[in-house]
Write a protein that binds this ligand. Sequence first.
Ligand code: ZN
Length: 478
Amino acid sequence: EAKKAIKHYNKYMEDLNTLTSVTYVRYSIETTNKEYKKMMEIVDELSPVISNYSTQYVEVLVNAPYRAELEKELGSYVFKMYDNSLKVFKPEIMEDLVEENKLNSQYDEVMGSAQIEFRGNIYNLSQMSKFKTDLDRKTRQEASEACDKWGNENAPKIEEIYDKMVKIRDQMAKKLGFKNFIELGYLNLGRTDYDSEKVANYRKQIYESVVPLSNQLAKRQKARLGYKKMHFYDWNLSFLSGNPTPNGDEPVLVDHAQKMYNEMSKETGEFFTFMRENHLLDLTAKPGKQPGGYMTFMPKYKAPFIFANFNGTSSDVDTLTHEVGHAFQGYMTRNMKIGDYRSPGLEACEIHSMSMEFLTWPWMDLFFGDDVNKFKFSHLESAVMFLPYGVAVDEFQHWVYENPNATPDERDAKWLEIDKKYRPYMDWSESPFYSKGRRWLLQSHIFGSPFYYIDYTLAQVCAFQFLAESQKNREKTW
Ligand code: ZN
């Protein structure tokens, strides 16, 4: 009977998760659509109610007299996750969760509805990246200034959203019996085998071993560009001949990707055909679309979905490798019977995506032609230089939740201090937005996915190992 009930529950949850995924996809593509916004509000209100029911379900399983038999059937790891999920939910926090969801959607709306006027046209934040990385220095400067202006105008609104988020998360943690939000944040991410102390030690290793290398790369970039002084908008440029640029827009790049995935393996070829035939890609940037990229999975259709903001820079190709890496993992696990096992922890998920970025290197000449070596160099350089930034984002969040009553100004000041520690070569003094310590306001993970960010840095280091191995033996590494 229990097995029958579990099956029934899983089917129901899969349908529900599919609906919430579809809602989120629709809303993120068109944050200005009133109907989607309303649907998203319903999801925001309902998901804590659903958590309440799933907690009751989990309680029954965890305390069942036949738990041992179920563990044999389902594996003991899922019970570890269940034990964990009981620590992070009580009906007393339902209202807080609804509020937290609403604040997340508000942040997405502010970012998605950004309309930046630049040289007579209107762009969203993702579209502006193209100008911020332009070969022409004046274009980079003016584009950065336009974004700065938007940032400073919207900063009070965004800081207010975050302030409410921090306080509500702190309140939930206390209601659940934690000292502050940090441990709760870790448990929310399903981290069952490491804690904030170990992560602090990891950051220390990045500081000691990677920051010096990253600083050297910054010096090298300055020398390569031959500038006497690096303005803050110059760091976006890698080469005096211009950054590597992909040789086409969405239809061209998707065709290249098809050829690449066909050649890579039978599974990747089938998978990418499936994504295209079922319209599971929304790739090009447009006004009203939320910035960034993500992959989500719709269990009912056994289908991943990829959201991106192509803007004519090399990051378009990064999406076709990174998000496709996630989607391929989703696709390969689509038939697993126990839904809880379909996705690993997020740090492992990012190993799939970041390694895919490197495992596709042999095909990068398709996308970049003569620019291919510039692309590989930039890819590797930015991956190394990302590590200090990534741990800065993590260190900042630990400070935030240890000091939930800090003011927005104190948070900005702390960000500047931490950023200086990890990226000492950056001089923000000329930017009215960055010099106030507001860079973190643009990092969406800090808002919607607290403590997620360190996962990228953990996965990046593993992805380097995949790159090294694949250069010895691609077949075996694949
Ligand atoms: Zn990812």
